[in-house]
Design a binder for this molecule. Structure first.
Ligand SMILES: [Zn+2]
Length: 482
């Protein structure tokens, strides 16, 4: 199919995309919540499985993950010699978090000013629908086009639309092999899919992986996420006295643990706010999209007049350098404070590490640094948290280049790259398990989506353009040899 024909096919499918999203958003598939029964997750899983079947993905079924949550999996084998592409998304959503803060009900897809509002509209049901729309545009259901059976927008849901799909066993119309995995507990972070990949690597094995759970730097700016930071945190305990002692009688010569802790924490940054952990490079460079400081200030809710920290650009500080922060301190609260020197104090020190940095070596450096800077021979005990490796996507492979071309066609401008300060453990597991596969992170989520917050929304044009880019990409992928 020509690219223009795909563009038309996707445009024609947008009415049906909206119906799918409406139905999916109406199911409050919040994983492991006391507020919502697990049956709702199952209902969402079944809906996705039926809709994927209708879009031409064969053998769609629910797989129980090691953490007990069902994931939807389907597989249409590749035509001879063609590669297989794994499409990832998740169907579970964040809880609504204060329904009274929503302008319209969280589980009723509502259009305002050209955006569609509802929990999961972007993260990640919007991406589920983008995958479905791309597959339907390619006509995988019956080897026909988008206007074929089930392609037109109908009032029915996936179940009744499913009856209109091509006959079972009909030859697949996809130009490449398609594996679809829709996870059901991503927002819970219970790691079921990661464990599953490690236990049964053959099931999801593919030549290319499209992880649709991120998105564009801004609406209309095609972006792939190429870098995720890892984690190497510790919990630090400092002790100086056997017990709390009167601050008037002993303060002066007796060391207080809270001051000792504060002095140690103060060594983690220089005056400008750059991380200064012995042995840890903090001068990484970023060559992707530039994150304007004003926009970052607004996104990060920094108080007026308060400075941003670090000598690098925002993108560098956020995506290419380590960041060290204190997330909590155990000590008496001000309200409970008495006139006593504190014998012991504890802090949770968070360390995020950029791609290229070994998280274990970084944690070693942090531990050695803290031991080294303890004042007054204070006793120091350090507990290590589990580390998570950072992720850097390959950007020199053929699939990356094909995606850049597909994005250029769908958005009418050059694709750019961004990083994410947080981590997606699945990406690291996929990279370790399928070292040959190219992994591309993209999707319909952009800053205005307010994912995880009240009034989450999606821009339907982003669904349309991402679906088109994916369809063009999948078609072009047929030319990649396995
Ligand atoms: Zn998500």
């Amino acid at each position: 199919m020509s690219h223009e024909a795909l563009r038309e096919a996707v445009a024609e499918l947008m009415g049906s995309a909206r119906q799918h999203l409406e139905r999916l958003v109406a199911i409050p598939s919040v994983a492991q919540s006391t507020q919502f029964p697990p049956e709702r997750c199952l209902e969402a899983a079944r809906y996705v499985a039926a809709a994927a079947t209708q879009a031409g993905v064969r053998d769609c079924r629910l797989l129980e993950m090691p953490d007990g949550h069902p994931a939807v999996f389907g597989h249409t084998p590749a035509p001879a010699g063609a590669p297989t592409v794994l499409l990832y998304c998740h169907y579970d959503v964040q809880p609504p978090l204060g329904e009274e803060e929503w302008t319209s009900p969280p589980f009723a897809l509502t259009e305002r000013d050209g955006r569609w509002y509802g929990r999961g509209a972007a993260d990640c049901k919007g991406n589920v629908v983008a995958h479905l729309t791309a597959l339907r545009a390619l006509g995988g259901a019956a080897g026909g086009g988008a206007a074929g059976p089930g392609g037109a927008a109908g009032p029915g849901g996936a179940a009744d639309l499913g009856a209109a799909a091509g006959p079972a066993g009909a030859p697949a119309g996809f130009p490449v092999g398609i594996k679809l995995i829709a996870e059901g507990a991503e927002e819970r972070g219970t790691g079921g899919l990661e464990q599953f990949v490690r236990q049964s690597p053959e099931v999801l094995a593919a030549d290319v992986v499209i992880v649709c759970d991120t998105g564009n730097f801004a609406v209309g700016v095609p972006t792939v996420t190429t870098s995720l930071r890892g984690i190497a945190s510790v919990t630090l305990t400092v002790a100086t006295l056997e017990s709390a002692m009167h601050s008037g009688m002993f303060g002066g010569p007796a060391p207080d643990a809270l001051i000792a802790l504060a002095r140690m924490i103060a060594t983690l940054h220089d005056e400008q706010g750059n991380a200064t952990i012995e042995g840890l490079a903090a001068d990484g460079h970023w060559s992707g999209v530039d994150y304007p400081a004003d926009q970052f200030r607004a996104d990060a809710h920094v108080l007026p007049g308060v400075s941003l920290i670090g000598s690098g650009s925002i993108s560098e500080m956020l995506w290419a350098r380590p960041s060290v922060n204190v997330l909590g301190i155990d000590c008496p609260s001000v309200a409970d404070a008495t006139a006593s020197l504190q014998p012991r104090a504890r802090a949770r020190v968070s360390l995020r590490v950029p791609p290229g940095m070994d998280p274990v070596a970084a944690q070693d450096a942090l531990v050695a640094h803290l031991e080294d800077v303890a004042p007054w021979n204070a006793r120091v005990q350090i507990e290590r948290d589990a580390v998570a490796a950072p992720f850097a996507a390959r950007t020199d492979g053929p699939a990356y280049e094909l995606m850049a071309q597909a994005m250029r066609f769908a958005f009418g401008r050059e694709m750019t790259t961004e990083g994410e300060g947080g981590s997606i453990p699945l990406c690291t597991v996929l990279q370790e398990t399928y070292p040959e596969a190219e992994i591309i992170l993209m999707g319909v989520e952009e800053p205005r989506c307010l994912i995880h917050a009240p009034d989450e929304s999606v821009d339907p044009r982003e669904i349309e353009r991402i679906a088109l880019a994916e369809a063009v990409f999948l078609q072009a992928c047929a030319g990649l040899r396995r």
